[in-house]
Design a protein around this ligand. Sequence first.
Ligand code: HEM
Length: 492
Amino acid sequence: MMTKTISATEAGVGLNPPQPPLRRVSDLPGPKGSVLMGNARAINSPRFHQVLENWGREFGPLYRFRILNKSFMVSAERDVIAALLRDRPDVMKRSTRTSRMLEEMGTCGLFTAEGEEWRRQRKLVMRALTPEVIHSFFPTLTALTERLRSRWQRALDAGKPVDVLRDLKAYTLDVTIGLAMGHDINTLEAEENPLQRDIEFLFNRLARRLTVPFAYWRVGPLKRAVDREADAASARIEKAIFGFVADARARLEQNPALRQKPSNMLEALIVACDEEGSGFTDATVVGNAITMVFAGEDTTSNSMAWLIDFLAVHPQAAADMAAETDRVLGDAPVLADYHGLERLHYIDAATREAMRLKPVAPLMAVEAAQPITIDGVEVPAGQVIFLLLRHSAERQSDLVRPEAFLPERFMEGAGEGSSDPGRKLFPFGAGPRFCPGRYLAMAEIKMAMSMLMKHFVLEPIPGAPPAQEIFTFTMTPDALPLRLAPRRPAGS
Ligand code: HEM
């Protein structure tokens, strides 16, 4: 087999001029570690992503680190990252270690599938998340956004504080379950929803497991109470989803016309599963439903949280966003016209700018599915490579004041003649595994943010420490140092 070559300058395409002798992964620069544990201690941290980014600043765009006897490569070279993400699923795949941990928690679907299985599942999931599907779902999205507005309004009327982080998570969970499964579970108003609690708990466990050197929970006697609780939480989630599957099957039986035009993702998956020779099983259906919940909840709510965090300390951007909202929403309390989504240009730009500085996926782990060469380094099959998505953009930035939050740089026509700054970023990944939920996520963000700007203002809490980045599989703010207050109508 020919070994695939990827280089920073031509990303694997074109002629290969005479090259210096190949290096090995162990020849790369990297942090010193202990003889036995390597760098395990340094990366076992809730700021795991920042540790890798800081090493990138110290050792350059291609380095290695070690945990016990296993070496990891790290790349912060934008063209290399784009090429590796593009060459999936055949040359590169998701890290087997990450996928196995996700699957242990029941998330056995598109995100972890590989090869032909991934191709089949991808077609199906893409069909469930097209703009047309979001259009049909839009009345429900409007109703769920109105529910968020009235909860916040009631809290302020009663003089109670709003837990913005908690409510955004509940909102995105309700949206995802509504779209994917056709159920309104209303975690927003249930003070302690068991499903939400279990999902939150599993996210935290996953983040911890990803940074420990040894999968001790697979060794019976070493399993701790939290790991047994993780098994129980994952079984409870699976049971809840099997319940949704049973409901969807009952609906399809009562109304066979739905088989031609399924009304949600779960029905579409079941119809596909029932087709002869489909290769899909009930386990595929349930695994993909859980995948949607995992992939769609925290990513979207944390993206909104980071945007809100910026707006609280950028009053001009908040005012511009509010003015745009007033123009597009008119007298409506929340956006009720689907086509209005396309007119919320400033919210779109501010969201993209917040994702540039605070992407919920600042890094991604991939694995070579076959031997390749990256920038003159021989990479064996099975080698895990961390891709520093945020740091790659930071180190190769040609933006003016790249550290500043300036939504205007993403407005159409900004910086005449310059290229779109979004082209060089990876907030939703890249290549054939690009996030299929992007359109839904942007719709949710625009709905919630336009509602927020129309009715509320964001006030920084004096003296509160700034939000810290915590790696809980997605990059989460530890707290939001702000509060909601009612917005006074213009002119009052
Ligand atoms: C702002 C919100 C979101 C962000 C920032 C985000 C980001 C990402 C990223 C970085 C990936 C990896 C892409 C790659 O490997 O190249 C991904 C994959 C994925 N996302 Fe999202 N996502 C978001 C919302 C959603 C939503 C709402 C859903 C569905 C309801 C979703 C479903 C998925 C799925 C199923 C995959 C796996 C795709 C595959 O492996 O083929 N995401 N997302």
